[in-house]
Design a binder for this molecule. Sequence first.
Ligand SMILES: NC(=O)c1ccc[n+]([C@@H]2O[C@H](COP(=O)([O-])OP(=O)(O)OC[C@H]3O[C@@H](n4cnc5c(N)ncnc54)[C@H](OP(=O)(O)O)[C@@H]3O)[C@@H](O)[C@H]2O)c1
Length: 319
Amino acid sequence: MSNQQYLTLDRTNDKMPIIGFGCWKVEENVEETVYTAIKNGYRLIDGAAVYENEVGVGKGINRAISEGIVKREDLFVVSKLWNTYHNKAHVRAAMDRTLKDLNLDYVDLYIIHFPVPCQYVDPKEQYPGPWTIDGKMKIEKSPMHELWAEMEKLVDAGLARNIGISNFNCQIIMDLLTYAKYKPATLQIELHPYLQQRELVKWVKEQGLQVTAYSSFGPSSYVKLTKDAKTVTPLFEHDMIKSIADKHKKTPAQVLLRWAIDQEIAVIPKSMSSDRMKSNIDVFDFKLDEKDHADIKKLDENLRFNSLFAYGIPVPLFN
Ligand SMILES: NC(=O)c1ccc[n+]([C@@H]2O[C@H](COP(=O)([O-])OP(=O)(O)OC[C@H]3O[C@@H](n4cnc5c(N)ncnc54)[C@H](OP(=O)(O)O)[C@@H]3O)[C@@H](O)[C@H]2O)c1
């Protein structure tokens, strides 16, 4: 396995590993899976309250630390604030719950998962809260500037070293930048050859935010969730991606990850298989050439799989 690379975050100068392990849909053997990811060299763990596995994720992390595989400071732990806790009255409690579940004193990065304030539901009734109540998405009256001020308090309290955003578009980021005392350190977005988001990435980087790509393998993560993901050619089976992989003696998955890393975009692939985990992180001994990048550029179809419509929530978040 080759050496890790890092992106430097504004304000703290923290080094964020350019490749991390994604925890969405890690539903079984969570502790073992996260522990194995760390043993296999992953140093960034990308979690979220809504993945409903933070207790197991924390056990995996703490096991690796207690066995001396890593020190806490060698890890970069990420979690995300869920939509139902946007109100300023609930942000601190949501952070506390995540830290309790993870059994950690702080996270390295705490991200607003979606710019979507859903009506608060008491965690005693349901944790995390739902997207909809009685089939409708009800909006919690929690303006983003109030939420961001609460996020900044988490930094001041030493609970989150960095704060960031996910699934935000240019408009709301621009507004956020007008009042943020601490700028978001990162933007996490869906990004793969079918959804390249070049203009957003360029603009966001110019504002000093780092970008993390999620769902780097495109439709693969969504075949059980959305119709579109079933009808499109899987990126792993795409002739162009396969021929680039053959040329570099790498796998299509490694090409897809390297494509983002070459653009200084972080990636967080998820896998339940130890072998695939190992091969996904083995991407530091090659680079795509100019022709590879020019060819992959042609695959952009603005094809988004993680759309709220796909989950039956009629909110045009990305329009
Ligand atoms: N901020 C957000 O709203 C948001 C949304 C989505 C995801 N995320 C984050 O991003 C992470 C990654 O995205 P993702 O989980 O959607 O999808 P992904 O990492 O693009 O793809 C995961 C899928 O690819 C398979 N896979 C992994 N490595 C492979 C390989 N080398 N060859 C063939 N198949 C492989 C996995 O199956 P196996 O497990 O069987 O290997 C799984 O089905 C998530 O886990 C989560 O942390 C964030």
